[in-house]
Design a protein around this ligand. Structure first.
Ligand code: URA
Length: 228
């Protein structure tokens, strides 16, 4: 990136002003003063009047998605999950791992495309944990099938083994490492049951905090970001 562009982006001033600062000798690139706005930065330190400059970084949030919101940035018919963040934060955000409109719980949003690919790409096999409320009492045969892997309707590849924790006869905690279309609902349909309510509690090590109420968001901690 050109030096004048780097300074404009990291400080918010115009390219014209950035060029002026450079010509005035106020900028150091790699610890030496430069007066050439066309010099290129490639990760070296840049200082303005002795203060270090950095490009604005990516942003990472978690949202407690309520039911009735679609996992999209824009939608003509339904309110979007992204609309639950203040407008000044929405710029450049996308969702890392969608939820159905009626599903509640943990949704990750970021400006960082590489990071969201690490969250969602099948080869990373990130575990996602759901609390699943069921129409029918779960049987031990069904639990075994979920744990072993099963064929979803219209597919030829069985699901990867899932982890099942029995909460009660009508509620299980299910952890899966894939993200196929409507996967949890289809897995439960495949064992002759029906999902009445679905809530995502966890993605990787990121747990939806109990205190984050439906519709609220917060920034991810640096350790949560660096997990992926
Ligand atoms: N599986 C589903 O069926 N729906 C979701 O929203 C997430 C996982």
């Amino acid at each position: 990136m050109r030096l004048d562009q780097f300074i404009a982006q990291s400080t918010g001033i115009s390219r014209k002003e950035a060029k002026k600062f450079i010509r005035q000798g106020r900028i150091m690139l790699a610890n030496r003063v430069t007066t050439n706005p066309a010099e290129r930065t490639q990760g070296q330190a840049v200082h303005l009047d002795g203060d270090p400059l950095a490009l604005p970084g990516h942003r990472y949030y978690m949202l407690h998605k309520p039911a009735g919101y679609v996992s999209a940035t824009e939608d003509k018919e339904h309110p979007t999950a992204v609309s639950l963040l203040p407008s000044e934060l929405r710029q450049g955000l996308h969702i890392a791992g969608r939820l159905d409109k009626d599903t509640t719980g943990l949704l990750l949003l970021t400006t960082d495309g590489q990071w969201s690919r690490r969250v969602t790409a099948p080869r990373y096999a990130v575990p996602k944990t759901y609390l699943v409320h069921l129409a029918e009492a779960i049987t031990s045969t069904a639990i075994q099938q979920l744990e072993t892997g099963l064929l979803l309707r219209g597919e030829t590849q069985p699901t990867a083994p899932a982890q099942v924790e029995l909460v009660n006869q009508h509620c299980i905690r299910l952890t899966i490492i894939e993200g196929r279309y409507h996967q949890v609902k289809r897995m439960l349909a495949a064992v002759g049951n029906r999902v009445e309510a679905l809530h995502r509690e966890k993605i990787g090590q990121i747990l939806l905090p109990k205190g984050l109420l439906a519709g609220k968001y917060c920034e991810l901690s640096p350790s949560d970001v660096s997990f992926f």
